[in-house]
Ligand binder design. Sequence first.
Ligand code: ASP
Length: 273
Amino acid sequence: MTSPQAACLRAVLQLGYHLLDRGSSALVAVEQTIRVLERSGLFNAGKGAHLQLDGVRRMDASIMEGDSLRAGAVASIEGTVYPISVARCVMEETDHVLLVGPMATKFARYFKMERHGLRTPPRRLPYGTMLKQIRSARNQHGTVGAVALDRTGTVAAGASTGGIDLMLPGRVGDTPIIGCGVYADNEAGAVSMTGWGESIIRLAVAKEICDRLAQGTAPATAARVVLKRLVTRVQGAAGALVLGPNGRFAIEHVTPHMAAGWWDGRSEPTVRD
Ligand code: ASP
């Protein structure tokens, strides 16, 4: 893979590895790597997030750490470059897990989170026309996510997205829903999902994979079993980053493509599509 996206993925893998190598927490590694992906504009997150059918960019993100099971998330947030950092701020500055819509945006403003000035003209489509345009997004691309394990044995997972291609204003997918788009538990592992959110939500996929990890199933097997069930039960489509507490790792998907990578600090990071 030699695309700009692949180059960006290699760079963030190196960043994440070096952060962990220097003693940063898994939470920091996940947040910092996702921030680079959000800022790049190359993925469906942050500056590159899809527009909803009214022409507005509303984004979802979540982050979770596996020591104390703390989590934070935002949904339908607007005008911010780094939704993942707003999610971390919800986790660290409040007793809440999820903030949504204009109040999530207001929260980001209060904490002086970096704004983006991307303006798109509003689309004034009649609601009935928008309803006819929406469709299930089985083969979407571009949500970003990361999982990490630090020296203390703590795992973390995060994800950030602009959602799917043709979606009603206010539509929220799996990404900000803990247990669906992400989950992290030191006793199980860490999972970050991408794919058709409506199907992922119905099977609470991230938690389902973590539950299997907790029972001793290997990451690749746990992911394959749950993704197979996603296809057979709800005709879903998704991809998963799965990390066990012992560092065993798997990237599995039932979508045609999933750009993802890993690095163990030797040679070059591996990135595949
Ligand atoms: N899971 C995201 C959503 O449904 C989309 C994606 O992963 O591409 O909002």
